[in-house]
Design a protein around this ligand. Structure first.
Ligand SMILES: Cc1ncc(COP(=O)(O)O)c(C=O)c1O
Length: 400
């Protein structure tokens, strides 16, 4: 039989890379429900539920809150493409791969992009953002990545938003790796636009990009001189379907939305604060375990994400061989370095379902087996013990 005529049975991987993360059976189950028409009143309820739950997860009262059809990058394009018009000035914080992507998309929107850089592995400096805002008159928006997935750094978004507001600029926050795993308090922090993805800490498959826009951003949308370049991502059009009158814009990805509804339900059942504590605690256990293996963490201490940990690859170790051994022998996926960090770091995700002690122990035990084979000696049993100690002590209030 031709291979393509055979059924496909993916292996049961533990996805500890930068995303996608494993999806819980309850979300997968929800996605098998019968497809409904997009004007069906029962489907309208699904949409209402999603919008209500997204507001809770983004911690916002923003009216314009919905899932964009597309992955996190579609959320990024929607955020920048709706706010920016040709000739606008955008200040972008860049300390990794996704800050560069914000820059590229901003430029494609015709904006003049001013970068505020920090070295990869270090956080952005809100003072440096303030300096650019003083230098450049009439900045339309400041865009910043909350959790920089390429380096494992947590950026000080709250401080950046405060500085932007002082200069009357909007704040656009990429919460692709943070939403549902660490706190994203849109209203309290004064964030005007934020977007995320379904496949990381929200615990769903890839394909949706939740987005929220506050009143100041909505005002900017209403005052545009030109329509956004992308018809598909024009939020003025999509929100008409998502608001009460359900006028057709594009066919919503029904099964994906069923999955997102269930993923959000699981998050709210757990409770946001409990969920954040769980992520911080398991992240701290992983950090301790990796250090006990003799590996160095790449991100600056005090700014390390619990959901994505970057680890320096020791000199002489073969990046591909270690990752392949983990995948083929232990069914564990970890991520490779991106851009400038390719071959220099590994990226380990503990997101949503996968932020749990058993995932931490599995990975550490597998590394204890694989690393010495590749020439890097480790003290056997130490890493799991170090992680266990953190979990035993931890009440979840691990210092950020
Ligand atoms: C911080 C950040 N922003 C944007 C994206 C792009 O999202 P996607 O790959 O879902 O399009 C990613 C993906 O990993 C990311 O980590």
């Amino acid at each position: 039989m031709e291979p393509y005529l055979q059924e496909f049975h993916p292996p049961a991987r533990l996805l500890l890379g930068p995303g996608p993360s494993n999806v819980s059976p309850r979300v997968l189950q929800a996605m098998t429900a019968p497809v409904l028409g997009y004007l069906d009143p029962h489907f309208a309820r699904v949409m209402d539920d999603i919008r209500a739950m997204l507001r809770l997860v983004f911690q916002t009262g923003n009216r314009l809150t919905l899932p964009v059809s597309g992955t996190g990058s579609a959320g990024m394009e929607a955020a920048l493409g709706n706010v920016l018009e040709p000739g606008d000035t955008l200040v972008v914080g860049v300390n990794g791969f996704f800050g560069e992507r914000l820059t590229q998309i901003g430029e494609r929107c015709g904006a003049r992009v001013v970068q505020v850089q920090a070295p990869w592995g270090r956080p952005l400096d809100p003072e440096a953002v303030a300096a650019e805002l003083r230098k450049n008159k009439r900045v339309k928006a400041v865009a910043v990545v909350h959790a920089e997935t390429s380096t494992g750094v947590l950026n000080p978004v709250q401080e950046v938003a405060r500085v932007a507001r002082e200069h009357d600029a909007l704040t656009i926050v990429d919460a692709v790796t943070s939403l549902g795993g660490i706190e994203v308090a849109v209203d309290q922090w004064g964030v005007d636009v934020s977007f995320s993805c379904s496949q990381k800490c929200l615990g769903c498959p890839p394909g949706l990009a939740p987005i929220t826009l506050g009143p100041r951003a909505e005002e900017v949308l209403g005052q545009r001189k030109t329509p956004p370049h992308s018809w598909y991502l024009d939020l003025n059009l999509t929100q008409r379907y998502w608001s009460q009158n359900l006028s057709y814009h594009h066919t919503p990805p029904t099964s994906m939305l069923y999955g997102l509804r269930e993923g959000l339900r699981a998050i709210l059942e757990e409770g946001l604060q409990a969920r954040f504590r769980r992520h911080w605690r398991n992240g701290a256990a992983l950090h301790a375990g990796l250090e006990a293996l003799g590996l160095g963490l790449f991100a600056q201490q005090g700014y390390r994400l619990p959901v994505l940990t970057s680890v320096r690859i020791p000199d002489g170790l073969n990046d591909d061989k270690v990752r392949s051994a983990l995948l083929n022998e232990y069914n564990i996926e970890i991520g490779r370095g991106q851009g400038a960090m390719a071959g220099k770091i590994w990226r380990i995700g503990l997101m949503g379902e996968n932020s749990r002690p058993s995932a931490v122990f599995s990975l550490l035990s597998a590394l204890e087996q694989v690393l010495p084979r590749e020439g890097f000696e480790v003290a056997k049993g130490e890493s799991v013990a170090a992680a266990q100690r953190v979990l035993a002590e931890g009440d979840g209030s691990v210092a950020k």
